[in-house]
Write a protein that binds this ligand. Structure first.
Ligand SMILES: [Fe+2]
Ligand SMILES: [Fe+2]
Length: 142
């Protein structure tokens, strides 16, 4: 499986997780519950973003050089992380719930942008074999 296909599958799984969290969110009454759910989300988002940066770093650089542009993914990964830290720092459950909704929205928008922009560009830039090799390496990572 190509790394780009794996990333799409992970996006879909995270979208499903987010939808479940949004359904549950009104029933989460305490900060502790909201923080716990936030930690679970962070536990899937952070390794996904770090993996994208680690595994696709050379492809990103190549694309940026060709297009004479800067890639926004790195900043967006930091923004997503910061939005989850804000949830964990919130001291009122209602505020924490709102911040968590915002964090999910920011993450979804980021997935959409990657799927429209960087992932198709990576498909064009890297050979199918390299994409397959990276996919294998992704599946074997700890
Ligand atoms: Fe990303
Ligand atoms: Fe992604």
């Amino acid at each position: 499986m190509k790394i780009t296909e794996i990333l799409l599958v992970e996006h879909q799984m995270m979208r499903a997780l987010f939808a479940n969290v949004e359904t549950l969110l009104p029933t989460l009454m305490t900060l502790q519950e909201i923080h716990l759910v936030t930690q679970i989300i962070e536990g899937v988002l952070d390794p996904h973003g770090k993996g994208e940066e680690d595994f696709l770093f050379s492809a990103y650089n190549q694309i940026c050089q060709q297009k004479k542009t800067t890639l926004h993914s790195y900043q967006e990964h930091k923004d997503i992380h910061s939005s989850l830290v804000l949830v964990k720092n919130a001291r009122q459950p209602a505020h924490a719930r709102e911040l968590l909704k915002m964090a999910l929205l920011v993450s979804r928008e980021h997935f959409n942008r990657e799927e429209r922009g960087i992932l198709p560009l990576i498909e064009k830039t890297m050979s199918p074999q390299t994409l397959e090799d990276l996919g294998q390496a992704w599946l074997k990572r700890e």
